[in-house]
Design a protein around this ligand. Sequence first.
Ligand SMILES: NC(=O)C1=CN([C@@H]2O[C@H](COP(=O)(O)OP(=O)(O)OC[C@H]3O[C@@H](n4cnc5c(N)ncnc54)[C@H](OP(=O)(O)O)[C@@H]3O)[C@@H](O)[C@H]2O)C=CC1
Ligand SMILES: CC(=O)N[C@@H](CCC(=O)OP(=O)(O)O)C(=O)O
Length: 342
Amino acid sequence: MTAKIAILGASGYTGAELVRIIASHPGMEVAALAADRKAGMAMRDVFPHLAHLDLPTLVTIDEIDFSAIDLCFCALPHVTSQQVIPGLPADLKVVDLSADFRLRDPAAYEKWYGQPHQAVELQKEAVYGLTEFYREEIRGARFVAGTGCNAATGLFSLVPLFRAGLIDPDSVILDMKVGVSGAGRSLKENLLHAELSEGWMPYAAGGKHRHLGEFDQEFSLAAGREVRVQFTPTLLPANRGILSAAYVQGDAAALHAALVEAYQDEPFLHVLPMGQVPSTRSIRGSNMVHLGVAAERAKGRATVFAALDNLTKGSSGQAVQNANLMLGLEETEGLMMAPLFP
Ligand SMILES: NC(=O)C1=CN([C@@H]2O[C@H](COP(=O)(O)OP(=O)(O)OC[C@H]3O[C@@H](n4cnc5c(N)ncnc54)[C@H](OP(=O)(O)O)[C@@H]3O)[C@@H](O)[C@H]2O)C=CC1
Ligand SMILES: CC(=O)N[C@@H](CCC(=O)OP(=O)(O)O)C(=O)O
């Protein structure tokens, strides 16, 4: 028996990535695909790279018979998600990829997203979808909120270190280089080829990025006290991938040992030998996260690096990993594909 899957937002980047992963997943089959402007189109016309697959035509969300669905991935823009999910059957398993249900505190949501949350009760039910840190809650959950892709990269780098008290919480600077597919498929002027290529540019600088809400929430929980890190992402002319450098006060050898210990049994988290640094080139198209630690010449300072693919471990791969647990499948099922290289 394979689980019947619906994907809302199937004509977007994360929707297409969900289809790509599920196409070779032995325990899942795509039963329904929904879109907005592209409803009525065949997937092969929207995404020629999926033309070899026998897929349902894109429909509107209200055309889907959810009684025939075992689990629904919701890959819609934020705000749309909190309007759509309350209208789905109350017992339907849902993995949301948007930002709408990640923050437990409605006031924090309003602060970072600039408007009151419209589904506060549902927000209380959501389990934060970083599998490696919330595995048992996710296994029993009906509703899981996938993390931000930048947030996932920073959390994998530092949560075990905050938990072990190995870094000074007030010393952390997170610097990330991010690929453009993180911004989704809709047209934005600064994402046009002529404006994006051959240049790179920080954005949301000065403590304005929305994922700071996730960092505040999860780092504070891990450290057992309020943590407010400094974080700036830089947009690179690259399609996929996030490379994070976390500059911290802490002993590099101890940080490395703590990451090795925390992740030794994790199938997707790979800590490189001390001094080696990760590259987005080595994780592209996979569900892997590569981590590395370097000692700095300033006494007691270190850099913790992490690389992941925003469309796999940063969103759709993470979503399938969580769905596997929710459906009682092997956590790694459908997700052990090797990265694309070169
Ligand atoms: N891209 C990434 O790396 C990551 C994305 N996310 C989150 O995942 C979600 C999806 O992202 P992404 O795939 O990049 O986004 P895209 O912009 O590429 O796709 C959005 C999808 O939502 C559909 N849609 C938009 N409005 C409506 C509506 N009112 N009703 C029904 N469908 C609608 C679009 O349909 P149509 O094309 O037909 O208009 C499209 O299929 C977002 O919330 C994003 O923030 C999270 C982590 C990483
Ligand atoms: C290049 C780019 O714009 N990247 C996005 C990543 C978005 C993401 O992780 O998704 P959510 O919007 O669901 O949080 C950003 O930094 O906002």
